[in-house]
Each structure stands twice: as structure tokens, then as C-alpha cells.
Ligand binder design. Structure first.
Ligand SMILES: [Zn+2]
Length: 247
């Protein structure tokens, strides 16, 4: 059984950034997982929530509904503070992500780029940086040895990809996106399901028109940049994140 792990910052990133790809691989028998670092409690749009805690609880439920539509086998929302990932302990957060990688044992890991995706959100950047270190350190016997003493074993995933785009948002400061090296065709049904999954995040309803316009502009493709490979190789264009991956 092949496994895919997607590491994100906020509930709704899984749908907006990776929804088509998550569904595409689930439909092909890959077991898919999402680990989301924050419950999105600092969002501008509050969905009538009376407190951060209230909003976090709402967004956890919305995330679960979105994951169900995308046929995600395991969706996990951690409890880091939304908007403040850069203030968290780098060591402890990477340890947490490393533990999840050693437990889930994915063959391929996808996350955002260090630029922070098209929105350049600092949480997206930190998710990328900490997720990248967890990808590399999960496989090493001399990192987070307490986890190994507790019974986990090192796990070396075979490929790491950053989600990317061939456009940036015209009304914002420019962002330097990772060059595209893989194009995943998600199909018309994939595109519609991805939009439906985003709309499970009802607390974020004011964002729906903007999101739908952006996502339709990207069409039936999701783009990625190969950031690391367990086999040394030259860059080549791919149409499958599992190309060359062995079970
Ligand atoms: Zn986000």
C-alpha cells in the first residue's frame, strides 16, 4: 500500500492547495493523510464564533468534512497557534512532525513552498521549512532519538514536493514560486470535488467567490516542485508524484 502525506498550516489549505491531488491518489488506491499544524483560530472570517477556541472547534469539523469528500484516510489537526508558527520552538515542532512521519510512514510527502504559497502567509512558510526538516530527519537514527527509544523506527520517505503555481496574485507583493517540475491532471470531477471540499469550510464563506475564481484559473491541473528525492537524480518533468517510487 502506497501512502501520501500532505503537511499544511490551516484548515482549508488541504482543499485549496492540494485537494485535486489528494483525491486523485485516493482514487488510485493510495492511502492519503493530511497533518495540519493549526486549527485556524486566528482567521479574519469567524463564522459567528464567540472565541478562538470556538472557531478552532468549528474549523476542525469543517476540516473533517473536507477530508471526507477528498477521501483522505487520516486527517489530523494539531494545536499550534494560527498566525504564530514562526514564534514556536523550531526543534519541538519539527519533532512533532517527525513523529507523525515515523508513524504514518509515507512514501511521498507534499507541502507548501518556503515562499508561503501565492499568499506568502508566514504560517505557510514555516510549515514548509519545518515539514522539510521533518522529511529529512525522520529517516535518521541520530535525530529525535527519544522517539526511537519509545519504539518508533526511522522512516525515509522517497520524495518531497512543494505545491506551486505558474502565476502570482497581481494585487499583492510579488512572490518567488518554486519552478514547476510535476503536473498532476486532476480532471473536471477532481476540480469540482476540490471546490466542494473548500466549501465545507463554511466559516470561511466570504472567501468562496475569490477562491473559486482562483481555482478555476488553475483549472484541472495541480503543480508541484520536486524538492528532495531519496535517489540522486537530475530534474525532469513528471506527471505522477509516485514515479519511480517503490513500495
Ligand atoms: Zn493557509
Amino acid at each position: 500500500m502506497l501512502r501520501l502525506l500532505c503537511i499544511t498550516a490551516h484548515p482549508d489549505d488541504e482543499a485549496g492547495g492540494f485537494g485535486g491531488t489528494l483525491l486523485h491518489y485516493a482514487q488510485r488506491g493510495v492511502e492519503t493523510y493530511v497533518v495540519c499544524l493549526t486549527p485556524g483560530q486566528a482567521a479574519t472570517h469567524r463564522g459567528g464564533a464567540k472565541s478562538d477556541n470556538d472557531l478552532a472547534q468549528m474549523r476542525r469539523k469543517e476540516f473533517a468534512a473536507s477530508c471526507k469528500l477528498l477521501r483522505v484516510a487520516g486527517g489530523i489537526v494539531l494545536d499550534y497557534p494560527d498566525g504564530k508558527l514562526y514564534q514556536q520552538s523550531f526543534y519541538l515542532t519539527v519533532a512533532d512532525l517527525t513523529r507523525h512521519i515515523r508513524q504514518i510512514r509515507p512514501h511521498v510527502v507534499i507541502t507548501m513552498g518556503p515562499e508561503g504559497a501565492v499568499t506568502a502567509h508566514p504560517d505557510h512558510s514555516m510549515t514548509s521549512v519545518m515539514g522539510t526538516m521533518a522529511f529529512h530527519w525522520a529517516g535518521r537514527t541520530n535525530r529525535f532519538q527519544d522517539q526511537l527509544e519509545a519504539g518508533l523506527t526511522p522512516h525515509r520517505a522517497q520524495k518531497l514536493y512543494y505545491g506551486t503555481t505558474l502565476f502570482t496574485l497581481g494585487d499583492r507583493q510579488p512572490v518567488s514560486m518554486p519552478p514547476t517540475s510535476a503536473i498532476i491532471e486532476i480532471g473536471k470531477e477532481g476540480l469540482e470535488t476540490k471546490i466542494a471540499a473548500f466549501k465545507c469550510h463554511t466559516s470561511q464563506a466570504p472567501l468562496f467567490p475569490l477562491f473559486e475564481e482562483m481555482v478555476r484559473r488553475r483549472g484541472t491541473q495541480e503543480l508541484f516542485h520536486l524538492a528532495a528525492s531519496s535517489t540522486p537524480k537530475k530534474m525532469e518533468m513528471e506527471t505522477d508524484l509516485f514515479a519511480g517510487v517503490t513500495e
